[in-house]
Design a protein around this ligand. Structure first.
Ligand SMILES: Nc1ncnc2c1ncn2[C@@H]1O[C@H](COP(=O)(O)OP(=O)(O)OP(=O)(O)O)[C@@H](O)[C@H]1O
Ligand SMILES: O=C(O)[C@H](O)CO
Length: 565
């Protein structure tokens, strides 16, 4: 706990300057592990404070300076830790181990003999690729990656050049898919990737780097479908509200490289895919539409998805043609991928939540992780968080109907009853026991029903809606606080990643003449938070170069404060 503290505070409120060092190897003696410079105290006093006391007594007597940070800053700090855990270079380092002339990945050893090739597609693969090249040295023969338009310049501008491949890199970086939509540039990159895979032999090892946004960056429509036709189908589906599962099921069926196509081209080479997941539940066949995961196409399933969104009548003849051929089982013969392909998820929303949990604990909170799979409409999610707040912050135990409503909401927000019961119980016990501050963590990707033309994103809208939920509750003045942020640093088409809210939001908005309901009706949450108190509640970390969906941080004040009213 002490390691991250910039200051410590005595029980009487005195604050001391930073800890100078921590050497975790010296576990035998507390006095040797903490070298303190305590302003205003003599060394004799320092020693008298530390020598006679067991560790636990010290920890309870000296509150970390984090307790002095505002709830708002601590929520931001927890979010930053979550994002750091899934930085592209970090996730590669944690999952790939280079040992002399071999590489260990997920317990399997692959021999390196200047036989390593690399391809990648997605918003985070630039940093992943740069790290792979650093680790593998000349064993890397060549590489092609397909990354978002403008990303290299943006990284330079944001001082993140360490995520760029070195000069004279063997990796060819191809930018495309402007506005996250497949285009001719991405098509060319997909063709290069296909050619690289096609030229491999059984002696080769192909590393495939995959992250969110990969579907748009690897378009290769099955002939005779044209890129524009495929784009139209996926665009219409997305606009009609299709889920990522439905969208990518359709994309897989219409693509040469998706649904295991890439792995098939690379056969007989050994394929190892390193995947940074941006889909709830980390389904390998759906992340970036699963180019290394063989999946069967059921034309009936595709047609039923198109029918569900009333798109059957407007699909192009080429798409019908491809689906018909597949139903006549004319697609290329099946092949056995087992043994040739290893798919490894190297980072996900759970990775981010785990780091957030540790950081929250270091900041003095008792962390409770609800789920990494929160989804559904932001209205339902804000209602859920509003109800859970009652378990943590009401002076009295909430009535049974509150728990019943939480459980009813479960299926709408993708959270299991078990997780909801566990969370309600833990929050309730801490409140009843007068325990310290609590940090409830969750992740996932809720959705927003767009009815207006304003600027906003699901995270900002969620924060705004929870602010409204809290308005009617009798909450203690020093909390709770809620942060919702997209780990990619961008919430919808806005400069912010998300926003922070507390129980004072509505009063503050009213005092500044901002009508929350009007902003919500117009899906204008970004404009709202930008205008409110000069944007102080916005979360603007800038480009993060990663993406594992969203992180929600809900901080509850100490239960002893609540009980005292
Ligand atoms: N004005 C708005 N208010 C609220 N939500 C919006 C608004 N405009 C767009 N959105 C939502 O933002 C989402 C798209 O945002 P974003 O670009 O952050 O997507 P994403 O799912 O994180 O994409 P990716 O995973 O590819 O990075 C859509 O779900 C859309 O409904
Ligand atoms: O690229 C995609 O398909 C989405 O980001 C989900 O992985």
């Amino acid at each position: 706990m002490f390691r991250q503290c910039k200051q410590i505070q005595t029980a009487s409120g005195q604050t001391f300057a930073p800890l100078l060092s921590w050497n975790s190897n010296h576990t035998d003696d507390l006095h040797r592990r903490f070298l303190l410079r305590l302003s205003g105290l003599s060394m004799a006093r320092v020693l008298s404070l530390f020598r006679p006391q067991p560790v636990l007594a010290l920890v309870s007597r000296y509150k970390p300076a984090s307790c002095q940070m505002s709830m708002d800053s601590r929520a931001r700090d927890v979010f930053t830790a979550a994002v750091e855990a899934v930085q592209p270079d970090a996730v590669v380092r944690q999952s790939v181990e280079r040992k002399d002339d071999s590489v260990l990945i997920s317990g399997r050893k692959f021999t390196l003999k200047h036989n390593l090739h690399l391809v990648g597609f997605g918003k985070a693969v630039l940093g992943m690729a740069a790290e792979v090249e650093r680790m593998m040295g000349d064993h890397l023969v060549d590489g092609v990656i397909s990354v978002p338009h403008g990303i290299q310049q943006t990284l330079r501008q944001h001082g993140k050049s360490h995520l760029l491949p070195k000069e004279n890199s063997k990796i060819q970086v191809m930018e495309g898919a402007k506005h996250n939509l497949p285009d001719e540039d991405a098509l060319r990159a997909a063709e290069q990737i296909k050619q690289l895979a096609k030229g491999l032999t059984e002696k080769d090892l192909l590393l495939v780097l995959i992250s969110g946004g990969g579907s748009a960056l690897l378009p290769a429509p099955l002939p005779p479908i044209l890129l524009q036709e495929k784009l139209d189908v996926t665009r219409r589906l997305a606009a009609a509200g299709a889920t990522i599962q439905e969208l990518n099921t359709v994309r897989r069926a219409l693509s040469v490289l998706k649904g295991g196509g890439l792995a098939k081209y690379a056969h007989p080479a050994q394929v190892v895919a390193l995947i940074l997941s941006d889909v709830i539940g980390d389904p390998l066949d759906l992340i970036a539409s699963g180019p290394t995961v063989t999946s069967e196409v059921w034309p009936e399933e595709i047609l039923s998805i198109l029918e569900r969104y009333k798109l059957l009548s407007c699909i192009p003849a080429s798409v019908k043609d491809v689906l018909q051929k597949q139903s006549r089982k004319e697609k290329a013969e099946e092949w056995d991928a087992s043994g040739h392909v290893l798919n490894v998820v190297i980072g996900s929303n759970s990775t981010a939540l785990e780091r957030a949990r540790l950081r929250a604990r270091d900041l003095g909170f008792h962390p409770v992780v609800l789920s990494p799979g929160v989804c559904g409409d932001v209205r339902a999610v804000s209602r859920l968080y509003g109800l859970l707040t009652r378990f943590a912050c009401s002076p009295e135990e909430p009535p049974a109907e509150v728990a019943a409503e939480v459980l009813r909401l479960g299926p709408d927000v993708g959270v299991q009853s078990w997780d909801l019961c566990r969370t309600m119980q833990e929050l309730g016990e801490r409140r009843a026991g007068g325990s310290g501050t609590t940090c409830l963590l969750a992740g996932g990707e809720p959705t927003v029903e767009l009815t207006g033309k304003g600027r906003g994103g699901r995270n900002q809208e969620l924060a705004l809606r929870l602010g409204l939920e809290w308005r009617g509750l009798a909450l203690p003045p020093n909390g709770p606080v809620f942060l919702s942020g997209g780990t990619d640093g961008q919430d919808g088409p806005t400069e912010a990643a998300g926003a922070i809210t507390d129980a004072g939001l509505c009063a503050e908005a009213q005092a500044q003449g901002l009508d929350i309901h009007q902003f919500l009706t117009n899906n204008d949450s970004y404009t709202f938070f930008s205008r409110l108190s000069s944007g102080k509640r916005l979360l603007v970390p800038g480009l993060t170069c990663t993406n594992v969906m969203d992180v929600h941080v809900l901080l509850f004040p100490s239960a002893s404060n609540i009980n005292k009213g």
